[in-house]
Structures are given as structure tokens and as C-alpha cells.
Write a protein that binds this ligand. Structure first.
Ligand SMILES: [Zn+2]
Length: 70
């Protein structure tokens, strides 16, 4: 799992991958994708503000959920 930072021109409504709240993107989006570059979704700015360690931990839980589904 890796991060991709993208610049964004318009405002888009997205659902945060971690907290599941909908939010509007700003100029910069943080997108989570797998090693093949397929995106899972965006992170909201509140989750990003919790810091890299916290985000990493949440994403670990998320990827375990994905594995459990497969
Ligand atoms: Zn969030």
C-alpha cells in the first residue's frame, strides 16, 4: 500500500477511506493505492492531520480487512 499525492483543480466530494466521512477535496489530495497503482480512495484532511504514524496504523487495519475479504 502506498500514498500518492495529487494536485487537484476542482473541488470533488470524496469519502474518506479511514473515517468514512464525506469531505471536499482541496488543491492537494492524498490517495491511497496498491502496488499496482490502483487507488483505494482518498484520505480526509482531518485524518491526515493525525500524523503519519496514526495513518499508517489505520491503513494496516484497512489492508487486513481487505485480506479478510479475499
Ligand atoms: Zn478521515
Amino acid at each position: 500500500m502506498k500514498y500518492q499525492i495529487e494536485c487537484n483543480t476542482g473541488k470533488i466530494n470524496q469519502i474518506c477511506l479511514i473515517c468514512q466521512l464525506s469531505f471536499q477535496t482541496n488543491e492537494v489530495r492524498l490517495i491511497i493505492c496498491n502496488d499496482q497503482g490502483e487507488s483505494y480512495g482518498d484520505l480526509c484532511y482531518q485524518c491526515i492531520a493525525n500524523g503519519g504514524d496514526w495513518v499508517q496504523f489505520q491503513l494496516q487495519k484497512f489492508s487486513q480487512k481487505l485480506l479478510a475479504l479475499n
